[in-house]
Ligand binder design. Structure first.
Ligand code: HEC
Length: 178
């Protein structure tokens, strides 16, 4: 583009600048609009259904996860000592830093001698949802070693505790009341 006087050049510059700015504004993405109360309620309901499914899995609803009669809830009542907020972290047996889902599979295959879950499966998401749900409000602290607590075996032998250990949270109905 050609401009003869200083003023004309400035004018053209300004037009180009305004054009560029308005283009930018048009393309500026809004992350999302705030959700309505109804949408939030729907999302909460969907989450709690997954947490409920996780709760069942933690209490032996999927037989392939164990071959010795133990379920997660036997050693981790209320997801106790599962410390999901400390992942990812170094796991000594595996010799590397792992996410929570790999630790879950470690407990399925080692103390429960069961078949690991597909790490991307709905079941694995539910397993994580249950653990994280019970640790709401806990500070995220990956690798935190000082808060390690030992799992406590509350019941063992054959047969799965279908609906919880009777301790704490597990005593009450699940978050959606079933
Ligand atoms: C027989 C008892 C037993 C059962 C059953 C069991 N675990 Fe564990 N769990 C352990 C022990 C022991 C450890 C500590 C292992 C370690 O840190 O190397 C542990 C550790 C964990 C951790 C990591 C805790 C931390 O602070 O690092 C998670 C998460 C976990 N278990 C989840 C589960 C899940 C999910 C199930 C069911 C699929 C399950 N466990 C079943 C005994 C058990």
């Amino acid at each position: 583009m050609k401009c003869d006087t200083k003023r004309a050049c400035a004018g053209i510059g300004a037009v180009i600048l305004v054009g560029a700015l308005s283009l930018l504004a048009k393309n500026a993405a809004v992350a999302r609009e705030p959700y309505t109360k109804e949408e939030l309620a729907e999302q909460e309901k969907a989450l709690l259904a997954v947490v409920d499914h996780g709760r069942d899995l933690w209490h032996g609803s999927k037989s392939s996860m164990s071959t010795n009669g133990l379920a997660c809830g036997n050693c981790h009542p209320d997801a106790a000592a599962s410390n999901p907020q400390t992942f990812p972290k170094f796991q000594a047996d595996l010799g590397r830093v792992i996410p929570l889902r790999e630790m879950i599979n470690w407990c399925i295959t080692t103390p429960q001698a069961g078949k690991p879950l597909d790490v991307n499966s709905d079941d694995m998401i539910a397993m994580e949802a249950y653990a994280f749900y019970l640790y709401r409000g806990k500070q995220i602290a990956p690798g935190l070693a000082t808060e390690q607590t030992s799992p406590v075996v509350v019941k063992s032998g054959t047969g799965y505790p279908k609906k919880g250990s009777g301790i704490g949270y597990d005593k009450s109905p699940g978050p959606t009341g079933n």
